[in-house]
Design a protein around this ligand. Structure first.
Ligand SMILES: [Zn+2]
Length: 213
């Protein structure tokens, strides 16, 4: 079976089992398979075909900028490797077309003095920042996309665990932390306690069992 056919049949099988979109609470019928976390978050888009949710095209398309922002930001690593750099360049090109307002926000800090001030601020808050590290700004537009991404991730985990649409009376809450927050205390222990058997999607392995148990 060709790749396109295989995808089509996987989508049909998922929708037959779960006909409603998982992200808008089943308001619309699902027409696509949504990967969460998205393929673009993985090096060279090499991702196991797990954690896949039924989604309507509006939810799928409507969250693509959130996926893009998270995929780019996850590659802002001082010690990034060749593949991460290549993926980053490709994703930035996509952002140039799809979300120029985000690019503008990230590159707002043009003045070298302001950059140095930002580095100092991070160092004073326990984040180790190499002298020649680049600086980007994360403002309200980016935070809005990251919040959307976080809520989508929670809904995806809810689907993976319960295989039921979150009822309209249900609530999802996601809160994201900055590097300063992590430098202070890492991932909060109460949060890890909520996830006693969390699984992982392992980079570069297609059939890694995930969220089993
Ligand atoms: Zn939807």
């Amino acid at each position: 079976m060709g790749e396109a056919k295989r995808k089509q049949s996987a989508t049909a099988a998922l929708i037959e089992k779960f006909p409603n979109c998982y992200f808008c609470g089943g308001k619309r019928l699902a027409t696509t398979r949504e990967h969460m976390p998205p393929k673009s978050l993985f090096d060279n888009s090499y991702r196991p075909d797990k954690l896949v949710m039924p989604a309507c095209s509006e939810c799928n398309r409507g969250t693509s900028t959130a996926d893009l922002a998270a995929s780019i930001i996850s590659r802002w690593d001082y010690l990034s490797n060749h593949q991460q750099d290549a993926d980053h360049r490709k994703l930035i090109e996509q952002a140039r077309r799809q979300a120029p307002d985000l690019l503008k926000e990230w590159t707002e800090l043009g003045d070298p003095d302001e950059r140095e001030q930002a580095r100092r601020h991070l160092r004073n808050h326990g984040v180790s920042v190499p002298r020649d590290a680049s600086v980007v700004t994360i403002g309200p537009r980016t935070i809005c996309q990251l919040n959307l991404f976080a809520h989508k991730a929670v809904l995806a985990l809810h689907f993976e665990h319960y295989r039921q649409i979150l009822p309209v009376t249900g609530r999802v809450s996601a809160n994201w932390k900055t590097k300063e927050d992590f430098a202070k205390g890492g991932v909060p222990a109460p949060l890890l306690k909520l996830l006693p058997k969390y699984g992982t999607l392992v980079q570069g392995r297609w059939n890694e069992p995930c969220l089993s148990g």
